[in-house]
Design a protein around this ligand. Structure first.
Ligand code: DC
Length: 212
């Protein structure tokens, strides 16, 4: 059985944490697709054409330690609006989705564009303030001069660009389940997601046994 789980949502909604919990619980492979755009952004900041960078992306590009900076986040959202950059990354994501043993991919367009036939689609949301606080707490550890208001502004700016772009905008697939993590602990949010995946696997099994 090849299960595909799509987890989408805005920045710092908790989709990464939820996806890792799903992968650990079910033994699925996990791809954080935001890293692909971050790696392209990093190379664009270093002076490369983003489309050329996307077409020649290597595993090592995803392992760089500086992909989570504010500068890279802003640039990732910009390069992600380019149709040719997105097109260059589609095949890799779809192949990953068909990994043996199941896969969970998190991003912005997994349920709508990359894997429209995913077995389970979860769209993770949280209020702007809650998301900004989570991101602020991560960033202030590395840089004590980080200001909450700047983090909130950057997050809203990035969400607006990711949602309003013409190509593969951030939006829930019609059949996605909305999961609001604003007032949930990590354990509660992950537990709810695991329940949704359990349900999807059971439906998938009964469909397959009905077909045989
Ligand atoms: O998930 P993240 O914050 O690491 O993503 C960084 C940027 O990459 C995000 O602002 C938009 C873009 N992105 C995208 O357009 N599509 C995806 N599937 C994943 C990320």
């Amino acid at each position: 059985m090849n299960v595909i789980i799509a987890v989408d949502g805005p920045a710092a909604s908790g989709k990464g944490t939820i996806s890792r919990a799903i992968a650990a619980r079910f033994g699925f492979s996990h791809l954080d697709t935001g890293l692909l755009y971050r790696a392209v952004a990093r190379r664009a900041i270093d002076g490369e054409d983003p489309v050329a960078a996307a077409r020649t992306l290597k595993a090592g590009d995803l392992e760089r330690s500086d992909l989570r900076s504010v500068e890279v986040s802003r640039m990732a959202s910009r390069v992600a609006a380019d149709e040719c950059v997105r097109a260059a990354l589609v095949v890799f994501q779809r192949e990953f989705a068909h990994s043996d043993g199941g896969a969970v991919l998190d991003g912005r367009d997994i349920g709508t564009v990359i894997c429209p036939d995913a077995d389970c689609k979860i769209f993770v949301v949280a209020s702007d303030e809650v998301r900004a606080k989570r991101r602020y707490l991560e960033l202030v550890e590395k840089d004590p001069s980080t200001e909450f208001e700047t983090v909130l502004y950057d997050l809203r700016d990035r969400d607006a660009r990711d949602s309003r772009r013409a190509v593969a905008p951030l939006r829930p697939a019609p059949d996605a389940v909305l999961l609001d993590t604003s007032h949930l602990t990590v354990e509660e949010a992950s537990g709810r997601a695991v329940e949704l995946v359990d349900g999807a696997i059971a439906r998938n099994r009964s469909r397959q046994s009905g077909n045989s």
